[in-house]
Design a protein. Structure first.
Length: 146
């Protein structure tokens, strides 16, 4: 894979993760537990983790998370995940993303662009929810912080 492509992929991919993280931190507790905010965040991280895995057959998210997102009936996890738990999951996914980009091959480049669009779609959804409930939302992130 072209080293130049890898060098420009992380700042944009990481910025998507930063925007998701900013939305998580900006979310008031009442909105977190009283809406689907936490679940949209979890859904986004779960599928990022799955997309970055070598195979779906052997995929298992880290504890305490489950495979409920793969249930075709739309089954929700049996409890609300906390911001702290999802922050740890985001950190896990950030490390996994960086490692995957470093070893990226041409066949998987499209998957990264698809995944970036998925993260940004849900980060935008969360920012809309924040704006509707708090009249405020985090700003656009141009490049990854780290």
């Amino acid at each position: 894979m072209d080293p130049f492509f890898k060098s420009i992929l992380w700042p944009q991919f990481g910025a998507c993760l930063d925007m998701l993280e900013n939305a998580m931190h900006a979310c008031p507790d009442a909105l977190w537990t009283g809406s689907r905010f936490w679940h949209i965040t979890y859904h986004t991280l779960f599928f990022l983790d799955l997309f970055l895995s070598e195979s779906a057959e052997n995929f298992a998210p880290p504890e305490p998370f489950t495979l409920s997102e793969l249930d075709p009936s739309g089954l929700l996890p049996d409890r609300t995940y906390t911001k702290e738990e999802l922050q740890m999951y985001l950190d896990h996914c950030r490390q996994k993303s960086r490692a995957a980009i470093e070893s990226l091959t041409g066949e998987r480049a499209d998957l990264f662009l698809h995944t970036m669009r998925h993260i940004q779609h849900h980060a935008g959804q969360l920012n809309l929810m924040l704006h509707q409930h708090t009249d405020s939302a985090p700003r656009w992130v141009k490049h990854a912080r780290s």
